[in-house]
Ligand binder design. Structure first.
Ligand code: HGA
Length: 605
C-alpha cells in the first residue's frame, strides 16, 4: 500500500526521498510524487506510474530541504498525475502527503468549495491541504492539529509549510508513521525499510499522535496537545537485505533464504535442558499459561493459513482446543471473548489493518492477545505488547514464502512450550527439539530439487484450473499451495480437504484439470491414496508432494521432502509448492514480485 518518506536536515532531500520511495515500491502503488522547500517556495513533481517515471519528471536542479515524497495506492479518485500526492492548498503554501482515508472528505470538500476553494484533484487527501491552510495558529503543528480535529478516518501524513521550513509535521491514526533519528537530521517514513540506509534508530508514532520533526529532534503529542513519551527501537535489518542480490526475483531469493530464516526463528529458543522452548517475549507465567483453556488464531491470507497450521500444532502438542479464523471476519461478527482463551494475532508486517482491528476488538473486550509478527516494533507487535518475533528478515515480494515457514516454526515452538507445561513428556519434547533443529538442513535439501519442480511447473502452467487437496494438517498445506499459485501465476486454484473431493469438486476433475495431493507418510496415507485413485478414475492428472518411498499408484509428477516429526512435516511439505508456484508464474510470464491488484502490507480495510 502507499508509502511516505520525509527528510529534514542539511542535505538535499531529493535523492534521499527518491531512494526512499524505491525502497517502498514493494508495497504496491500506482503513482508517486515529491515536494521540497527551497528559497521560500514549494517545489513539487508528481505523476502516475512508477518511481522511475517520477524521476523522469523531476526537473534538473530540483533541490531543497525539508522534503516529503509519496507512493499512492488510489482509494479516492483514479490513479492519475492530478490525483498523485503531494496535494497543495490554493496559495501553494502547504503540501500534504497522506496514507489512509478521510471519511468525511465529501462534506469537508463541499464546505471548502462553498468558501471559494477550487479543488485540483478528486482525492480525499486534498481537503487536508486546504483545511490546514485555513486553520488559525502560529505554528504548522497547531494548524495541523486543528485541522485533524475536524477530520474522521485514518491517516498517516506528513505536511510541509513553505513559510516554516524548520519542521515537518507528521501524524498518525490507523496508518503507520515511523521517525528515523539521524545526526542533526531526521527522517520520516511509513515503513522502516525506507530509513535503514540512513539510521537504525527509530520511533513509531501511535494512533492519535502528532509530531513536529526538526533537524535536531522531534516532539510528539496527542491531538489534544498533551506531550507523549516515545521509546526508541533499533532496527536490525540492513539496507542490503532489501536487495535481490544475484536472484531474478525477491520471491525466489526469499524461498532460498528459508534455511537461515528458520535458524533465526529458532535461535536461542530451544531449551534442551527441560526439553521445551524458551519464548521470553510472551511474558506470561507458567501459571497463566496453564489457565488457558482455548486458543484462537487470527490473521489474513497466508498468515491465517499459517494460523490454521499453528492451531493444529497446539491441539496436537498441548491438547488445547485451538482454531484459526480470518481476522477480517472475526472483527465484524461481534465475537464472544473469553477470559481463558489465548488469542494470537499473526501478521508479517505487523500493520495488517484487519488483524490490528481484530486485536483491538479482543483487547477492548478484555481478552488476552499475543502477536506472531516479523517486523520489530510494528503496530500489531506494540498493540499486543507480548509475542514472538519470527526474525525472518525483510520480505519484499508481495507473496509470503519465508514468513509463512517461519510463522509455522514459531507456532511449533509455542505449541511445544504450551505442551511441556501440560502433558507433553520430556521424551516427546526431546523428539520435537531434534525435529526442529533438523529443519534448516532439510529445507535446504528440498530447495535443491528445484530443476525437477520446474519441470512439473511447465506442465501445470498449461492448465486453467488446478485443485490442491490434503487431509488434516495436509489441508492447510494445500490451501497455502493454492493461494501461492493464484497470487503469482493467476492460475485458478482451489484447495479442498481431500475427503471433501467426492462431495462436490470431483464433478470438475477431467484430463485438463490437475490435482496436487499433499501426501505425507502418516496414518492417513492409505486414505490419500484412495483419493488419488478416485481422481485417476476420472482421468485427472495427479501431482503429489510426499516423502521418500514407493507409491502404490502411478502419478504424473512427484515432489519429495525429507521426513520430519509428524507434527513438523507440514512445514517441509509446503516448500515444493512455493517453488511450483514460482516456476508456473515464470512460465506464464507473470510479474512475480508485484502480482496484479495485490499489495504487500494491507493497511486499509
Ligand atoms: N485516500 C488517499 C490515499 C490512499 C491510500 O492511503 N492508499 O493506501 C488517496 O486515494 O489518494
Amino acid at each position: 500500500m502507499c508509502g511516505i518518506v520525509g527528510y529534514i536536515g542539511k542535505r538535499d532531500a531529493t535523492p534521499i526521498l527518491l531512494e526512499g520511495l524505491h525502497r517502498l515500491e514493494y508495497r504496491g502503488y500506482d503513482s508517486a510524487g515529491i515536494a521540497v522547500v527551497r528559497d521560500g517556495a514549494l517545489r513539487t513533481a508528481k505523476c502516475k506510474g512508477r518511481v522511475r517515471d517520477l524521476e523522469q519528471v523531476v526537473p534538473p536542479r530540483f533541490r531543497g530541504s525539508p522534503g516529503i515524497a509519496h507512493t499512492r495506492w488510489a482509494t479516492h479518485g483514479e490513479p492519475s498525475d492530478r490525483n498523485a500526492h503531494p496535494h497543495l492548498d490554493t496559495a501553494e503554501r502547504i503540501a500534504v502527503i497522506h496514507n489512509g482515508i478521510i471519511e468525511n472528505a465529501a462534506a469537508l470538500r463541499r464546505r471548502l468549495e462553498g468558501e471559494g476553494v477550487a479543488f485540483r484533484s478528486e482525492t480525499d487527501t486534498e481537503v487536508l491541504a486546504h483545511l490546514i491552510a485555513a486553520m488559525p495558529g502560529e505554528s504548522l503543528l497547531e494548524r495541523v492539529r486543528a485541522a485533524l480535529r475536524l477530520v474522521t478516518g485514518t491517516w498517516g501524513l506528513a505536511v510541509l509549510d513553505r513559510d516554516r521550513p524548520e519542521s515537518i509535521v507528521v501524524a498518525r491514526n490507523g496508518s503507520p508513521v515511523v521517525l528515523g533519528i539521524g545526526d542533526k537530521e531526521m527522517f520520516v517514513a511509513s515503513d522502516p525499510s525506507a530509513l535503514v540506509r540512513h539510521t537504525k534508530s527509530v520511533v513509531h508514532l501511535d494512533d492519535g499522535e502528532i509530531a513536529e520533526v526538526r533537524a535536531d529532534g522531534f516532539a510528539s503529542s496527542t491531538l489534544d496537545g498533551g506531550p507523549t513519551e516515545k521509546v526508541r527501537h533499533t532496527v536490525t535489518w540492513t539496507d542490503e537485505s532489501f536487495d535481490k542480490g544475484s536472484f531474478t526475483h525477491h520471491m525466489r531469493k526469499e524461498i532460498d533464504e528459508q534455511p537461515d530464516a528458520v535458524r533465526a526463528t529458532l535461535s536461542g529458543r530451544l531449551e534442551p535442558r527441560f526439553q521445551t522452548s524458551h519464548l521470553g517475549g510472551i511474558e506470561m507465567t507458567a501459571r497463566e499459561l496453564l489457565d488457558i483453556r482455548r486458543v484462537k488464531v487470527l490473521g489474513c491470507g497466508s498468515a491465517y493459513i499459517a494460523g490454521l497450521l499453528g492451531a493444529q500444532l497446539i491441539e496436537q502438542l498441548a491438547r488445547l482446543p485451538a482454531s484459526a479464523e480470518p481476522a477480517s471476519e472475526f472483527r465484524y461478527r461481534n465475537p464472544v471473548i473469553e477470559p481463558d482463551t489465548l488469542y494470537i494475532a499473526v501478521s508479517q508486517s505487523g500493520e495488517t489493518f484487519d488483524t490490528l482491528a481484530a486485536v483491538q476488538e479482543v483487547k477492548r473486550k478484555g481478552g488476552r492477545v499475543l502477536g506472531i509478527v516479523n517486523v520489530v516494533g510494528s503496530t500489531i507487535a506494540r498493540e499486543c505488547g507480548r509475542g514472538i518475533y519470527i526474525h525472518a528478515g525483510p520480505e519484499v515480494a508481495v507473496v509470503s514464502t519465508k514468513t509463512f515457514t517461519c510463522t509455522a516454526t514459531a507456532f511449533a515452538l509455542l505449541a511445544l512450550h504450551l505442551g511441556r507445561i501440560r502433558d507433553l513428556s520430556t521424551a516427546q519434547g526431546a523428539r520435537l527439539i531434534a525435529g526442529l533443529k533438523a529443519l534448516p538442513e532439510q529445507i535446504g535439501a528440498v530447495l535443491a530439487q528445484e530443476a525437477d519442480i520446474a519441470g512439473l511447473a511447465s506442465q501445470l502452467a498449461r492448465a486453467e484450473h488446478a485443485y490442491f487437496v490434503g487431509r488434516a494438517s495436509g489441508y492447510p498445506v494445500a490451501m497455502e499451495g493454492a493461494l501461492k499459485l493464484k497470487e503469482v501465476s493467476y492460475l485458478h486454484a482451489e484447495a479442498y480437504p481431500a475427503s471433501e473431493l467426492k462431495h462436490g469438486p470431483l464433478a470438475l476433475i477431467a484430463p485438463e484439470t490437475p490435482t496436487i495431493v499433499v501426501l505425507p507418510r502418516d496414518d492417513l496415507f492409505p486414505k490419500n491414496i484412495s483419493t488419488i485413485e478416485e481422481i485417476r478414475a476420472r482421468k485427472g492428472p495427479v501431482f503429489v508432494v510426499t516423502h521418500e518411498g514407493d507409491l502404490p499408484v502411478p502419478v504424473d509428477g512427484v515432489m519429495r521432502v525429507a521426513k520430519s516429526e509428524p507434527e513438523l512435516d507440514p512445514i517441509l511439505l509446503g516448500l515444493p509448492l512455493q517453488l511450483l508456484a514460482y516456476h508456473v508464474a515464470l512460465a506464464r510470464g507473470c510479474d512475480i514480485d508485484k502480482p496484479r491488484n495485490l499489495a504487500k502490507s494491507v493497511t486499509v480495510e
